[in-house]
Design a protein around this ligand. Structure first.
Ligand code: CO
Length: 141
C-alpha cells in the first residue's frame, strides 16, 4: 500500500500523463507545491517499489501497477469532489478539503459515499431539497 505522500505523487503523475502525455519533475513539483529535489527522491522510491520506471533522460513511465493505482486515486478524488459539491460545500473549499481527507477513508466509507451520490443523482430533486433545507438553517446574511 502506498503511503499518503506516495498517493499524492501517484495521483499527480497519473493526471499529468493523462492530460499531457508526460510528467516532468518540474510539473510534479509545481502541482504538489514541493521542491524538485523532493520529487526526485520520491520518484526513486516509487521506482524501487515498482510503481514507475524512471530513466534520467527519457522521463518516467508508470508500470501497470502504477497506472492501476494512479487511476484509482484520481477516480477517488473525483468521487469525493462530487460528494462535497453535492452536500453544498463551497467550490473554493472543495479541492483542498478533498486533498486533506482522501487518504484517510476506508473502502467502506468510499462505497457508502458512492451509493449516496448515486441515490441523490437518480432524484435530482433531493439535491435541491437539501440545498433549500441548508438555506433554511442558515441565518440571513
Ligand atoms: Co487528490
Amino acid at each position: 500500500m502506498p503511503t499518503p505522500s506516495m498517493e499524492d505523487y501517484l495521483e499527480r503523475i497519473y493526471k499529468l500523463i493523462d492530460e499531457k502525455g508526460y510528467a516532468r519533475v518540474a510539473d510534479i513539483a509545481e502541482g504538489l507545491e514541493v521542491h524538485p529535489s523532493s520529487v526526485t527522491k520520491m520518484i526513486q522510491k516509487l521506482d524501487k517499489d515498482n510503481y514507475l520506471i524512471y530513466e534520467k533522460y527519457r522521463g518516467l513511465v508508470l508500470t501497470p501497477k502504477g497506472k492501476r493505482i494512479g487511476k484509482r486515486l484520481v477516480d477517488r478524488h473525483e468521487v469525493l469532489e462530487k460528494f462535497l459539491s453535492m452536500i453544498g460545500v463551497q467550490s473554493g473549499n472543495i479541492y483542498r478539503d478533498v486533498e486533506g481527507i482522501e487518504h484517510h477513508l476506508s473502502q467502506d466509507s468510499m462505497e457508502c459515499i458512492e451509493v449516496f451520490i448515486e441515490w441523490m443523482s437518480r432524484h435530482p430533486e433531493r439535491v435541491e431539497e437539501l440545498k433549500a433545507f441548508k438555506q433554511q438553517l442558515e441565518p440571513e446574511e
